[in-house]
Design a protein around this ligand. Structure first.
Ligand code: GDP
Length: 439
């Protein structure tokens, strides 16, 4: 399908760079390219040409390439112009292309056209964005798997399984007198249970997926001066948090992050939670409490003069800091023996602390070749599909088959929301293509 407007946008970031890529998509892409290079070239598909591009009384020597539809990113005729980088040149070429008939693309319009033209499913388009925005190894790997259709294949597979079950049920719905044999009923029920189990596993793993996407939130708590800021700096290897020996220095929440085993860990160094009359400090303490509530894990920091006994409902680790100053054997007799002894000053045990944080927050063994649901939209759709399947299972022997059938159809549509394939006609066509009763 070709959209009316031929759109243009800068595909590379604006600013000084060696090269800028300008992308055009739509029916008039080739014509407009011919105009800006002032030559009526036929253009072999996907072949680079070195051409002069004319704009605002200036010339740039650019590489240009033409991708005829449907073999392009958007599925339409696409042109790419590689000009010299820099804000002025790229912007002026775009202005010229607009004068020649292009319309400036809106954000995401190229991908939207790719989706509408069947080149990408919704989740694949989201995978591209995840890959572009990736800050960690696992985010990039997961985005890449998503972009390549890993989730789409899974979803299509389960939609097909549901279609098969629907075909079995619907074929007999027109015969109210038809009695399901025990074997037929238990076969349908087992198939539904199998689908439910697999969707449940996907949802369970999405807890890890969410951490891959958003990072793990780690809150540091403890009395002033136990070394929270120093620990944040040791964990993130930075000097972000202000470290002084005056109690109550960290008046607001300071954030830092590090990557460990491909996952981003976000550290929040809170103001020491304690009673204070200082108005500014009070605000910091309130924010610290909020951070504490939202954390995936809490590090309760103690030192030899202040043992942390703040209670929390979250998963936590007792961390005893300043190990370089104390006799650990003596101290172990005085405190709970689940403490890990670290020194933010000498870095003793900091790597072991990172491993411990990882083990306590990432419950499943991460498999970098496996696709995790990381996107809230996908997670919600799969949860919704599972709910409908659950309904079908629990009502199976209690209600009529047309109600079961309608629950299964709803599950099919919810699954399809992940990829964008919710078109009822697809399901109806598929069902009827499976009919073999001479109807
Ligand atoms: P916060 O108030 O809990 O954030 O504590 P800070 O990080 O500001 O540290 C308070 C004081 O303890 C500073 O003088 C730090 O240099 C010192 N300190 C922090 N960690 C260690 C450590 O592991 N060993 C030693 N010897 N001193 C530390």
């Amino acid at each position: 399908m070709c959209m009316e407007k031929t759109i243009v946008a800068l595909a590379t970031p604006a600013g000084n760079s060696g090269v800028a890529v300008i992308r055009i998509s739509g029916e008039r892409a080739k014509k407009i390219l011919q105009k800006i290079i002032r030559e009526d070239l036929a253009f072999e598909p996907r072949k680079m040409y070195l051409k002069k591009v004319f704009f605002s009384g200036i010339e740039d020597v650019c590489l240009v390439v033409f991708f005829p539809h449907p073999h392009s990113f958007t599925g339409e005729d696409v042109v790419e112009i590689q000009s010299h980088g820099g804000y002025f040149v790229a912007q002026k070429i775009i202005d010229e292309l607009i004068l020649l008939g292009c319309t400036l693309a809106t954000p995401g319009e190229f991908s939207k056209r790719a989706f509408i033209n069947g080149k990408l499913s919704l989740d694949q388009a989201e995978g591209i964005m995840d890959l572009i925005n990736a800050e960690s190894e696992m985010q990039a790997k997961n985005g890449s798997l998503l972009m390549q259709g890993g989730l789409k294949i899974f979803i299509q597979d389960y939609q097909n399984k549901l279609t098969d079950i629907l075909a079995e049920i619907e074929a007999k719905l027109d015969y109210p007198e038809y009695e399901y044999t025990e074997n037929e009923s238990s076969d349908i029920l087992n198939k539904l249970k199998d689908i439910e189990t697999n969707l449940s596993l996907l949802i369970l793993d999405s807890k890890t997926g969410t951490k891959i996407k958003n990072g793990v939130r780690v809150a540091l708590i403890g009395a002033p001066n136990v070394g929270k800021s120093s620990l944040l700096n040791a964990l993130t290897k930075s000097n972000k948090a202000i470290v002084t020996s005056v109690a109550g220095t960290t008046r607001d929440v300071v954030e830092g992050e590090y990557e460990y085993n491909g996952i981003i860990f976000r550290i929040f160094d809170t103001a020491g939670i304690h009673e204070s009359e200082d108005e500014v400090e009070k605000i910091g303490i309130e924010r610290a409490k909020q951070i504490l509530r939202e954390a995936d894990i809490v590090l309760k920091i103690s030192d030899d003069s202040n043992i942390c006994n703040i209670s929390t409902d979250q998963v936590y680790i007792n961390v005893f800091n300043k190990s370089d100053l104390i006799d650990q054997e003596k101290m172990k007799k005085k405190i709970q023996n689940d403490n890990i002894f670290v020194s933010a000053k000498t870095n003793e045990n900091i790597d072991n602390l990172k491993q411990l944080i990882f083990d306590k927050t990432i419950s499943t063994k991460i498999n970098s070749n496996k696709l995790y649901l990381t996107n809230v939209r996908h997670i919600n759709s799969v949860k919704q599909a599972k709910k409908y399947i659950n309904n079908a299972i629990s009502e199976f022997n209690l209600t009529s088959m047309d109600i079961i059938s309608s629950e299964i159809k709803s599950a099919w549509i919810s699954l399809g929301e992940v990829t964008g394939n919710t078109n009822n006609e697809t399901i109806i066509d598929k069902i009827f293509s499976k009919f073999c009763l001479g109807k």
